[in-house]
Design a protein around this ligand. Structure first.
Ligand code: GDP
Length: 534
């Protein structure tokens, strides 16, 4: 079953064995715990517990700041690579806080699949639902892990029904839990006809699985009390009648999700889930780009920046651009073309994020995530190639929903403030607009918490106290159209015009009515709430 052979024989074996995915979940469902266990089974760390710092740091705002300060931790957790059997897994972290939906969206452009973790007692929660919708936009394959079965959980059919109804996706059981809460014994592996028993004594091992001849195998009675065995047989029979059987093609297309039951904290069900990722993964996929899409097996290297993280080392103003390789075999020292500026870049210090260590990447393949330290040349949405003018598409920037003006506490420091704001704009942490008339800046974010995070980061990293105030505007729209029409529009609306950090024209307003009127009065002008990042 765990054969790395792909149904695309043209794919080099090194690429075919890669699985690049993210975990989507509601806070507290067990994402951090599951990540630790992935690393444990992947042999990347000796004892689980090393990503814990991050999981616990995320809860409150002040802790979140601490995490932001402690860049080392949050960065090594941004992308983690580890091996499982003959596979190389690349796990890309989705930001935990619901405020960072745009960041999350972009993270999901860098993966080929998502693991959806739900809490067996709570089912599909709000954040899971939102993240799922984002995955659906890209038809990402989704594998589901129903966690915390060692606690009182909901009825299994209920959970499955809820996923099918709320998320409009077919659910097929890959495993079936035996008992729950204190009676939880383990799972019957529906795909491989195995019995997997949980070892409560040691949380870092999984009891040996027992291969069975179907649910009538007499050995079942040696391990499962009679009442649970009867229940298991009835439920599995019902599940086979009522629920669809696994169709790998449908999983690949994002129409069906297999569900595994387990308990991450007890390391139970994790290995089966990992086998599932390996089997239904899928391997690195074709990347949409203009003027043509990019196939992973192309010998030439292409990659795109989906995340930028600045000030990882507070002593240096360096940044790391996280690049997903879309094709080819990358070697350290390669010269790549930065398509936006048409300049060559020698990639001499690429970083590969092997579990908790950062290592120099001597080589990497399509599907891998590498970190490229730079001084601001690389921005979100940038494409790197071996010369061809090709740009990865589909990495959007959303209009912010909250706008505030920002001023330096010390008016002499306005220039410093501008520099700091530009950095955060390039990182994608905020939108920064420079009004055409007047001084100062308007900052736009998607969630209110981001203002506070931004304020403390500017103070911490630039030593600049800043003040945010209510802005007279509440909406921002990018303005596009023929140059003459845009110029005329700008002249007639100077009080509302500003420029974003790329120099693109943005119309700011307080009234939806204004936007409707402009669409009527200026037929050549388009106002958009998203902009493709390039
Ligand atoms: P995250 O917010 O999704 O990253 O969740 P965490 O991994 O931090 O887990 C949230 C809480 O649930 C922690 O207290 C974990 O110890 C606990 N937890 C995680 N997995 C399990 C499990 O399988 N069973 C039980 N009983 N608790 C778990």
């Amino acid at each position: 079953m765990l054969d790395t052979a792909s149904n695309r024989p043209e794919l080099p074996a090194e690429i075919a064995r890669r699985r690049t995915f993210a975990i989507i979940s509601h806070p507290d469902a067990g994402k951090t715990t599951l990540t630790e266990k992935f690393l444990l089974f992947g042999g990347a760390i000796q004892m689980a517990g090393q990503v814990r710092a991050k999981g616990e740091a995320r809860r409150t705002r002040s802790d979140f700041m601490q995490m932001e300060k402690d860049r080392g931790i949050s960065v090594s957790a941004s992308a983690m690579s580890f091996d499982f059997k003959s596979f190389r897994f690349n796990l890309v972290d989705t930001p935990g806080h619901s405020d960072f939906s745009e960041d999350t969206y972009r993270t999901l452009t860098a993966v080929d699949a998502a693991v959806m973790v739900i809490d067996g007692a709570k089912g599909v929660e709000s954040q899971t639902q939102k993240l799922f919708e984002v995955c659906r936009l890209r038809d990402l394959p989704i594998l589901t892990f129903c966690n915390k079965m060692d606690r009182e959980a909901r009825d299994v059919f209920d959970i499955i029904d809820e996923i099918q109804e709320n998320l409009a996706i077919d659910v097929t059981p890959a495993s079936w839990p035996i008992g729950m809460g204190r009676e939880f014994l383990g799972c019957y592996d529906m795909l491989n006809n195995r019995l997997e028993l949980m070892d409560r004594a040691d949380r870092n091992v999984v009891a040996e699985s027992i291969r069975l001849d179907g649910l009538d195998d007499p050995r079942l009675a040696d391990h499962i009390p009679a009442h649970l065995l009867t229940q298991l047989r009835e439920e599995v029979e019902m599940a086979r009648e009522l629920l669809p059987t696994l169709d790998p093609q449908s999983v690949l297309e994002g129409h069906m999700t297999p569900i595994w039951f387990g308990s991450a904290i007890n390391s139970f069900g994790v290995k089966e889930l990992m086998e599932g990722i390996a089997t239904y993964g899928p391997e690195p996929q074709v990347q949409k780009a203009t003027p043509r899409s990019i196939a992973p097996e192309e010998p030439k290297v292409t990659g795109f920046v989906f995340k930028v993280q600045a000030n990882m080392d507070p002593k240096h103003r360096d940044r790391v651009a996280f690049v997903r390789l879309a094709s080819g075999h990358f070697l350290r020292g390669m010269k790549l073309t930065h398509v936006r500026t048409k300049k060559p870049m020698a990639i001499s210090n690429p970083v590969l994020f092997l579990a908790s260590d950062r290592e120099l990447a001597e080589e990497a393949w399509a599907g891998d995530i590498i970190g490229i330290p730079n001084h601001g040349q690389l921005r979100i949405g940038d494409t790197l190639t071996e010369g061809e003018a090709i740009r990865v598409s589909g990495i959007p920037s959303f209009a912010p929903e909250l706008l505030q003006t920002v001023r330096a506490g010390d008016p002499m420091k306005a220039k410093h403030l501008e520099k700091a704001l530009m950095q955060f704009a390039e990182e994608g942490a905020a939108k920064v607009f420079k009004p055409m008339i007047g001084s100062g800046f308007i900052v736009g974010v998607v969630g209110a918490l981001q203002f506070e995070v931004l304020g403390s980061r500017i103070e911490l990293e630039y030593g600049l106290p800043v003040r945010f105030d209510a802005s007279q505007f509440t909406s921002a729209r990018w303005v596009t159209g023929p140059k003459a029409a845009v110029d005329k529009f700008i002249n007639a609306n100077k009080q509302h015009i500003s420029y974003d950090h790329d120099g693109d024209v943005v119309y700011l307003t307080r009234l939806q009515w204004d936007i409707d009127r402009i669409e009527r009065d200026y037929p050549d002008i388009t106002l958009t709430a998203t902009k493709e990042m390039m």
